[in-house]
Write a protein that binds this ligand. Structure first.
Ligand SMILES: [Zn+2]
Ligand SMILES: [Zn+2]
Ligand SMILES: [Zn+2]
Length: 293
């Protein structure tokens, strides 16, 4: 003979609970996390440094830069002081002394003014190399040889600098740049939007939905599955305090089991709950959850 499983019997369960033998399992603790966009300020390497390094190590065509004349009348490319000169040279190269009659410029002298206004930028290159040597391409005789030649400062530029009392004494390119090159910060600050996870205090509805989902909309006491009639499953606060949403105070119960909890008999006066209880009785028989009675 097959004996009924008394542990599945609701009346037995009810009795055990009243005797304090069987407790409804507590819902596990849940932290509520959501993704929020926050702006943070981060420090990054100043992108200008990359260009500054390049223009220090090699000559950069003026046409590829943002060339301007600074407030003090000197040449600036991409915001820093630089000299400009013609790289492809045809005559005036003295191979023996490694010099040339071509000059480099630092100011908006007539030649540079003409270069900027006359659209002849593409003949010029710029550099912040400061040892007095300049990369030159010797184009004499059709062949193109790369050379490093010592060039002198243009006479007009020199006069302008003298007049402005900006010509270091003794003069060298290094001392000029040391004195007049603006300080470039190594890093810059940039604000970025980042997606971060944040814990939050949920409202009651969010908590109720989450805990009901956690048990699959099944009553923790009788086991009836209410996933098709979600209004028939409630979040019960054991201590009767609806604000106390700590996991150990919460249970998910069907309307019928809920109404049988301590101090809940007033639920039976509610027509809506009574209809829900009828629905649950129907669901239990569909789901083969039987009471002894
Ligand atoms: Zn000049
Ligand atoms: Zn139930
Ligand atoms: Zn309750």
């Amino acid at each position: 003979m097959k004996l009924p499983n008394y542990l599945k019997c609701l009346e037995v369960k009810d009795l055990l609970i009243k005797m304090g033998v069987q407790n409804i399992p507590e819902l596990s603790h849940v932290t509520f996390v959501r993704k929020v966009t926050k702006t943070t300020t981060i420090e990054i390497e100043n992108p200008k440094l990359t260009f500054n390094k390049k223009i220090y190590l090699e000559s950069v065509p003026v046409s590829q830069t943002n060339v301007s004349i600074g407030k003090d009348g000197t040449i600036e490319v991409n915001g820093i002081k630089a000299c400009a000169y013609i790289k492809k040279q045809r005559q005036g190269i003295d191979m023996y002394n490694k010099t040339s009659t071509y000059r480099y410029h630092l100011c908006n002298c007539k030649t540079i003014e003409q270069m900027i206004n006359g659209g002849r930028k593409d003949r010029y290159v710029s550099t912040t190399r400061d040892d007095g040597l300049f990369e030159v391409i010797d184009q004499i005789g059709g062949s193109a040889r790369k050379l490093e030649l010592r060039l002198e400062l243009c006479h007009n530029c020199k006069k302008i600098l003298e007049h402005k009392r900006m010509l270091p004494n003794p003069y060298s390119l290094k001392s000029f740049f040391n004195k007049y090159q603006p300080e470039i910060p190594k890093t810059i600050k940039r604000t970025e939007s980042v997606l971060v996870e944040e814990q939050y205090a949920p409202n009651h509805n969010e908590i109720a939905v989450l805990f009901k989902e956690q048990v699959g909309y099944k009553c923790q006491l009788c086991g009836v599955n209410c996933s098709t009639t979600k209004q028939c499953i409630h979040l019960h606060h054991k201590d009767g305090n609806g604000q106390n949403n700590l996991a150990h105070n919460l249970n998910v119960l069907c309307t019928d089991c809920h109404s049988k909890q301590y101090n809940h008999s007033q639920m039976l006066a509610n027509l809506n709950f009574k209809r829900q209880i009828d629905t649950i009785i129907g669901l239990r028989s569909e789901q083969k959850i039987h009471t002894v009675g």
